[in-house]
Design a protein around this ligand. Structure first.
Ligand code: ZN
Length: 500
């Protein structure tokens, strides 16, 4: 593994109060934190260990990561599982054998993962219903005869989301999460945003739980135009309701279209026309294909005896565009996005505050707008003082960027706008090329990257920064500077920072 000697030099400023090794697996989170203990030794915390199922070679990458963790420590004081998504927990399943040699004292999860919590149970039911509906929609799309480009793309997108919930090898993301939980042998802590801060005098640290919120409206709020960097809010409650209704009805064997102009016994389904046999049926199928459903037939071979007649079907006669029989399933894409975003919003968000300096390190997991907005009303009694959510944001000097830098996971005013520290530095756990493959659009989101770069004076590190992937020079900033007291990295595997 190549280290960068230019940036790995000993810090001239005081040594870091916390070391974080961010693993660079592309789309996925795995962060190994260590805090020096008063009296010697280190306190180890592992936040997540996963990679998105569509990242090529992801399982091997996770194996390399767990092997590397073992070179640092085989004892984890606290394992944090931020939320139930493959790119945060897959490693506990795929590298289960490697994790067997670790000892884990405790696991921290959000209240949303507590099987005994009534509100968490409701969320779980929504999730299960939605996944079932999406699978049904996917099956219907598989059965579509001669699907249009739109339907093909929709089908691929839908399967990507379902794969995200169920993992590349068909194993459920829940099994991966539970494998992580199992490492702590029953010492499980479900954390609430109303909990008092955990005070660790031996580490000189206070740890605050910022989210996920109990407020159902905020928990369900994944986008708000006024808090987003130029992005449009894509969905409405009505389209969501329709999505559920349509996708759930897709699970039925026969769909009753109450908006159809004729009774169901009148007419023939398009797929049945295509499947019919016999000369009459073939003529009808050909007529329907030419005039209603497409696709275009290949141009007829020229027949010398019919010189003056054009081929019966021209390429420009493709009538696929007329078809709407499967288009209603398009609404399932909306449901899929909602399912994904809502699970992100159940992220356990932690803020680490150094007791003596008041400086804060924020680990936002994949929290979306509603999770962030709930911090505005948080307050904790600390001694004689009240500490508030905005107060913690104002003192943040290090930010693990939310949801891989997506458009709706770093709010404009009530997020970055409240981080005022000139020492601010940030890490984005994303590989933009992998994000394109997943079809998540622009991730990391350019407008957020620009705002971060300005506010962090360039101290924004990405999992795919050219100097980490070995494809270019850098980093562009000096270390030590800002909250980064020293920096080292292993090409394509990790970047390690000492922070203070
Ligand atoms: Zn994620």
């Amino acid at each position: 593994m190549a280290r960068n000697p230019a940036t790995a030099k000993p810090p001239s400023q005081p040594a870091g109060r916390m070391t974080v090794r961010h693993y660079c697996q592309g789309i996925g989170d795995c962060h190994l934190l260590s805090f020096p203990k008063v009296g010697g030794g280190l306190f180890w915390m592992l936040i997540d260990c996963g990679v998105h199922s569509s990242v090529t070679g992801g399982t091997a990458k996770i194996a390399a990561i767990v092997q590397d963790i073992a070179t640092q420590t085989k004892h984890i004081d606290v394992l944090v599982l931020t939320h139930e998504h493959t790119d945060h927990v897959s490693g506990f399943l795929t590298a289960a054998d490697q994790f067997k040699s670790f000892s884990v004292d405790a696991v921290w999860l959000a209240w949303t993962e507590n099987p005994a919590d009534p509100q968490a149970k409701q969320l779980d039911k929504y999730k299960n219903d939605a996944v079932t509906a999406l699978q049904a929609a996917s099956q219907r799309l598989s059965a579509a005869a001669a699907p249009s480009d739109y339907i093909t793309a929709l089908h691929q997108g839908l399967d990507a989301v379902i794969g995200f919930s169920f993992g590349a090898t068909g194993s459920k993301v829940r099994a991966a999460r539970d494998a992580g939980i199992g490492l702590a042998r029953g010492n499980i802590h479900y954390l609430e945003p109303t909990d008092p801060p955990m005070i660790r005098d031996d580490l000189g640290l206070r740890i605050y739980v910022l989210g996920p919120p109990r407020d159902a409206k905020l928990l369900g709020l994944t986008e708000r135009a006024s808090e987003m960097f130029g992005a449009q809010v894509a969905t409405s409650p009505r389209s969501r309701a329709l999505a559920v209704a349509c996708a759930v009805s897709a699970a039925q064997t026969e769909i009753v279209d109450t908006g159809a102009p004729f009774d169901t016994y009148v007419g023939t389904p398009l797929d049945a026309v295509a499947r019919a046999v016999g000369p009459e049926a073939a003529a009808l199928a050909s007529f329907v294909q030419d005039n209603y459903s497409g696709p275009a037939k290949p141009p007829a071979r020229p027949n010398p005896s019919r010189k003056n007649l054009a081929p019966t079907t021209q390429p420009d006669r493709d009538q696929s565009w007329r078809r709407i029989d499967q288009d209603w399933l398009g609404i399932s894409a909306d449901l899929a996005m909602q399912l994904d975003s809502k699970t992100n919003n159940t992220s356990l968000v932690l803020a680490f505050e150094f007791i003596d300096t008041g400086r804060v390190l924020l680990f936002a997991a994949d929290a979306q707008i509603g999770n962030w907005l709930s911090w505005q009303d948080r307050s904790w009694q600390v001694g004689d003082a009240q500490v508030t959510g905005p107060d913690l944001l104002a003192r943040t000097v290090y930010y693990k960027v939310g949801h891989h830098g997506s458009h709706n996971a770093t709010p404009l005013a009530k997020g970055l706008g409240q981080m005022h520290q000139t020492d601010l530095s940030a890490f984005v756990p994303t590989n933009a090329l992998d994000a394109q493959k997943v079809g998540w659009g622009q991730m990391p989101y350019t407008a957020i990257l620009k705002a971060l770069a300005t506010q962090c004076s360039g101290r924004v590190i990405r999992a795919d920064s050219p100097w980490i992937t070995g494809t270019g020079p850098g980093p562009e900033f000096q270390a030590p500077s800002g909250s980064i007291k020293s920096l080292s990295f292993a090409q394509n595997l990790w970047v390690e920072l000492q922070l203070a």
